[in-house]
Design a protein around this ligand. Structure first.
Ligand code: ADP
Ligand code: MG
Length: 729
């Protein structure tokens, strides 16, 4: 019996693994997190104050306090059975990284003790020379170090029987360059805070802090672990590189919000329990459009915490899935012909006075504040659309964007009918003198239409990459496997930059003697007319939009290496340096790293395709060919005329034809890779991998393999088929 059938057999014996009993969510929520509430119990007044100050204002924690906090952390962790700790960080590989160390150590005289001091809490040198650094760390200073980020609370990760204390950190080189996703994100958020507070002061002097907020929606596929393991492409690439569409795909759309299968349900319940203990506020779970696809979403949180929680959850989901003999796929496009997975980033900003800056207000005055932030966001996206596009570019998302099931690679904004009208109206007043009373100018009754606004924005935004959904923007083009920090660093930096310019523009007008409200309205008018080409409420999947976008001069770059160019333009370098988020060399390094990641992904996929073609596909086809031959020869021997086995002959010929094509193309693919591998320049090489390897061969090779899958005797086929991966329960 082939491996495939033994795997399918094993599925018959699968049982639902009962989820771990857990009390009410409220009873366990955050129990594995060193929240301020917990910290209060373990720290002295003074130390607690210094931790709070550091979280609130970024104030440095001194050595003494660090020692105290380390002691408190250790005491708390030990009370929960923890023996090891790790600095937890988010390197540019996309995964999370940790290196576990024991509290156990030896004193100079050999006495064993358990210890965790301030120095260990604050800084570590992970053996991290193998993380991507884009040339930022030369070998003589090969190591980067992790530095404690007090703004993100420490937590305990339960892995099997062992519990580990995780200290969230940023990862930087000795010369101070960031090597991870978190360090630049924190800088961008601080910059946004400063510039947003400045702009808020035109409306309300009581506001002293603006926090960007993020609620992500994580889509994923879940398949049986044994089936996943029987597919070398899923194991090595996280996606299928071959596979004929099943007779039943997603055309019935019967999966969406459908009933969740018991095994998957048990898995969800378990990872939710783990998530709650870690303080991840998961709220929704449902089936997605594609078979085997699901989504979960938390209540939104401040961006940096939400980012940590998303990466943490991706980890937790993977670990918990194995407990249920399942395998979670976070790839953007695990299956061709079926919807891919995204990670919608819902983003807004809120003040320390409790106002959501992207929620229409209740009075004309607060509405002007809303319009200010709403229009500045539109201008930010308009001015830096290419950079946003680059922020979501990766090999996986390349299959998704523009594939008529996800937003196109063209960045545009959905504002909704009602707000589009408001924007039109604002623009139409350009040239008005505004010498009427403020009241008249501010007579935009948005607050009366809030119900209308929400209805307006609920449904028709699905095809837009950047949709306004009533009180937040939803960046829908982010890929399922991505670290949201990348998109969030860009959004918050471009917003910070735009708000700074806005403030300059207003102050200039005020200096010229203009009234504040009028200065604001005039500037908003100008921004609307400068940015309105980015607004689009129609069907983003349609061919017509591609033409229209081109006419408007919006860019459409489907290829990853070309989209990444936007990371290192002069304009972008200026943006990031003037906002203290990235230096030029950090940007160059990141650009290099993204290109290298792309090259490696395509390289691995190409190799896997070659291996599968030669070791699985062709041998299976030959087996079937032999059977056909035996049959034909037998029929010939007993003297049947050829017309009686014309069908067999035709199939035989077809099979042979596809085998030849697969062989030729695999050989040519290897040759193409050899040529491309010789290219020195990373960007040129990435472009070549995209065009000369991926575009030239992947679809073509797959076409013949998928044809064979439909022709060859089912018993001879060794790779689990789509219908098995997606529909077996
Ligand atoms: P849907 O998009 O399915 O209609 P919701 O509108 O309830 O669902 O929210 C989707 C996500 O947006 C959730 O994670 C939610 O917490 C988040 N969200 C809601 N308000 C905000 C906000 N002000 N800032 C950031 N995210 C938000
Ligand atoms: Mg949504």
């Amino acid at each position: 019996m082939s491996f495939r059938f033994s795997v399918i057999n094993s599925l018959l014996k699968r049982e639902v693994i009962k989820p771990i009993e857990s009390p009410r969510t409220t009873a366990i929520f955050g129990e594995n997190v060193f929240t301020l509430h917990t910290a209060r119990k373990y720290l002295s007044d003074e130390t607690y104050k210094s931790l709070c100050a550091s979280i609130k204002t970024g104030k440095k924690i001194d050595r003494f306090a660090a020692n105290q906090i380390a002691n408190g952390l250790k005491a708390w962790a030990e009370s929960k059975g923890v023996t090891h700790f790790t600095h937890w960080f988010q390197p540019l590989t996309g995964a999370t990284a940790e290196k576990h160390d024991s509290f156990f150590t030896l004193k100079s005289d050999g006495t064993p003790i358990e210890e965790f001091d301030g120095a260990t809490l604050v800084q570590q040198e992970p053996d991290a020379s193998s993380f991507p650094n884009g040339g930022l760390r030369t070998t003589f200073e090969a190591r980067g170090y992790t530095a404690w980020d007090p703004s993100s609370p420490a937590f305990i990760m339960e892995i099997g029987e062992s519990n580990t204390l995780c200290i969230p950190t940023i990862f930087i080189s000795y010369t101070g360059e960031s090597l991870d996703y978190k360090a630049p994100l924190l800088k961008a958020l601080e910059e946004l805070n400063k510039s947003a507070v400045d702009v808020c002061h035109y409306f309300d002097k009581n506001i002293s802090k603006v926090t960007a907020t993020l609620g992500w929606e994580q889509e994923y596929f879940i398949i049986d672990e044994a089936l996943a393991n029987a597919r070398p492409d899923i194991v090595q690439c996280g996606r299928t590189v071959f596979g004929a569409s099943p007779a039943k795909g997603q055309q019935l759309e019967d999966h969406y919000f459908g009933s969740i299968h018991e095994r998957v349900f048990a898995f969800m319940k378990d990872f939710e329990t783990e998530a709650y203990k870690l303080g991840i506020p998961l709220r929704t779970r449902h089936n997605e459009v594609a078979p085997g696809q699901f989504e979960c979403a938390p209540i939104y949180e401040e961006v940096s915490i939400a980012v940590d929680h998303n990466t943490l959850l991706m980890d937790v989901m993977e670990r918990v899935s194995y407990r249920h003999n399942l395998c979670v796929l976070l790839h953007e496009k695990p299956f061709a012909g079926i919807n891919g997975s995204g990670k919608h980033n819902n983003w807004s900003m809120s003040t320390d006075t409790g106002i959501n800056l992207l929620a229409p207000g209740k009075t004309p005055k607060t509405n002007l504040m809303f319009l200010t932030f709403f229009i500045n966001a539109i201008k930010a996206v308009h001015d830096y659309a290419d950079l946003l596009r680059a922020a979501i570019a990766n090999a996986g998302n390349e299959h998704r964007l523009g594939a008529s099931e996800a937003p196109p690679a063209i960045i545009s904004i959905f504002a909704g009918e009602y707000l589009s009208k408001v924007l039109d109206e604002i623009e139409a007043r350009i040239g008005d003198k505004f010498d009427e009373q403020d009241e008249a100018i501010l007579k935009l009754d948005i607050h009366k239409s809030i119900p209308e606004l929400f209805i307006d924005n609920t449904d028709r935004n699905r095809t837009s990459p950047f949709a306004f959904t009533g009180n937040k923007f939803e960046f829908r083009a982010v890929g399922a496997s991505a670290n949201c920090a990348n998109a969030m660093t860009v959004i918050n930096t471009i917003m910070a930059e735009t708000l700074k310019t806005f403030k300059k523009d207003i102050d200039t007008l005020i200096d010229k003697g203009e009234k504040k409200e009028i200065a604001i309205m005039q500037t908003l008018q100008k921004y609307v007319s400068e940015s309105k080409k980015i607004l689009f409420d129609g069907d983003g999947y349609s061919e017509a939009w591609h033409h229209e976008a081109e006419r408007r001069g919006l860019t459409n770059v489907p290829s990853v290496p070309l989209a990444l160019d936007a990371m290192v333009t002069d304009k972008v370098k200026k943006l990031f340096t003037s906002n203290n988020v990235f230096t030029h060399s950090e940007l160059e390094a990141r650009h290099e790293i993204e290109l290298e990641k792309y090259i490696k992904k395509i390289q691995i996929e190409a190799r896997v395709m070659g291996d599968l073609a030669l070791n699985h596909i062709i041998p299976a086809a030959i087996n079937y060919q032999n059977k056909l031959l035996q049959n034909i020869n037998g029929l010939k021997t007993v003297g049947l005329p050829e017309s009686e086995y014309a069908g067999q002959l035709a199939i035989l010929k077809d099979v042979s034809k596809h085998i030849q094509q697969i062989y030729e193309k695999t050989k040519a693919l290897v040759e193409a890779r050899k040529v491309v591998n010789k290219i020195e320049d990373t960007r040129t090489k990435a472009i070549a991998y995209s065009s000369q390897v991926k575009e030239t061969f992947f679809k073509d090779l797959r076409y013949h393999v998928d044809k064979l899958e439909r022709l060859v005797n089912d018993e001879d086929w060794t790779l689990p088929k789509y219908r098995e991966l997606l529909f077996l329960k």
